[in-house]
Design a protein around this ligand. Sequence first.
Ligand SMILES: Cc1ncc(COP(=O)(O)O)c(C=O)c1O
Length: 367
Amino acid sequence: MENMIPHSRPTLENVNLHTWGEMLESGHLARGVFCERLETLFIEKILGTTPDSFRARSVQSGTQALHVGLWALKLLREKDGDTSETLEVIAPTLACGALVQAIRAVGAKPVLCDTTMDGNLDINQAVSAITPKTLAVLVPHLYGKPIDLGPLLETGVPIFEDCAQTLGVETDQGRVGTMGRLMMSSFYATKPICTGQGGIVATADVDLMNEIELLCRYDGRDDSGPGWNANLPDWSAALAIPQIEHFDQSLARRKAIAEFYSESLGDLSDRIVLPEATALGAHAWYRYVVLVPNDSSQWSERLHSLGVEAKRPVFLPQHKIFDLPGHFPLAEDQWKRSLSLPIYPSLSDEERNEVVSAVRAVATELN
Ligand SMILES: Cc1ncc(COP(=O)(O)O)c(C=O)c1O
């Protein structure tokens, strides 16, 4: 349909041609000073810390960031004398398939957990699933909502924060991305910082980052360890830098749209469950996810016919994709009922109003 309001739209308003031009004039396209600038800015502006205490490495995708991060944890474990045959990685089933793909790519076994009512990993279940074979717990902060790591922090098990959907948020437990042993994010086209494809992995642990650095390159090395040429090119970094510089404005615009939706749809709360700002701290509003009473695909179809693209925020729970065992009643229920409405900085006020009118019309029709 012409004039369809898309579910996602890259946030490129702040991409000034200055940085891009500078990159072209430098005559350097591969990994170089722009990637280094991106990594420093990411540490300072997104993680709210300093390059003295944190290190970041840009890579070609979020999945690759998960892969090199898990592999580096495995290498350090081996150096500590652990020769376990099968390692395990704990993760929520309600997340994209990239998590299990990365877990399998390091030869580990995925141990999936259910979610809580807000869609994030059930931390208590994750704590119960820890064994001596646990390499890490992968914790995505879904939809922009920071997860309360609570008892997981006390276990000492490596926590790998997946911040593909939640960046720049301060919580009672610290800034998102700095609470665990390491973090990653994605720069995919729909993400809060987007370069089309890309990702980043960061940690305060120097030994871990040294392993990650080696895994990202084969050149200039005479050892036979794995190295995957995982570099993000400078031309992608030049797209990301201005977005990071203006990230606060993007967060503010997302928050304003979320507040508008919550005010405008508040009287439908007997029919749809609206998202709440988390008790733990702020919300990055990457997604505005409502729970409808029945199958959300009916709602998507009706909204589509009214010119609004709304989707399930997770394509399929991972246990369904990979046919993995377990009982995940909340994840299945959330998956079936969740509906993500368009929310991104370039959504105009007019489009925002149209989304509200369409949701109101469908709520009346389908209830
Ligand atoms: C929570 C989460 N983790 C990891 C990824 C993987 O990132 P990428 O698509 O850049 O490989 C994504 C998705 O796009 C994601 O949403």
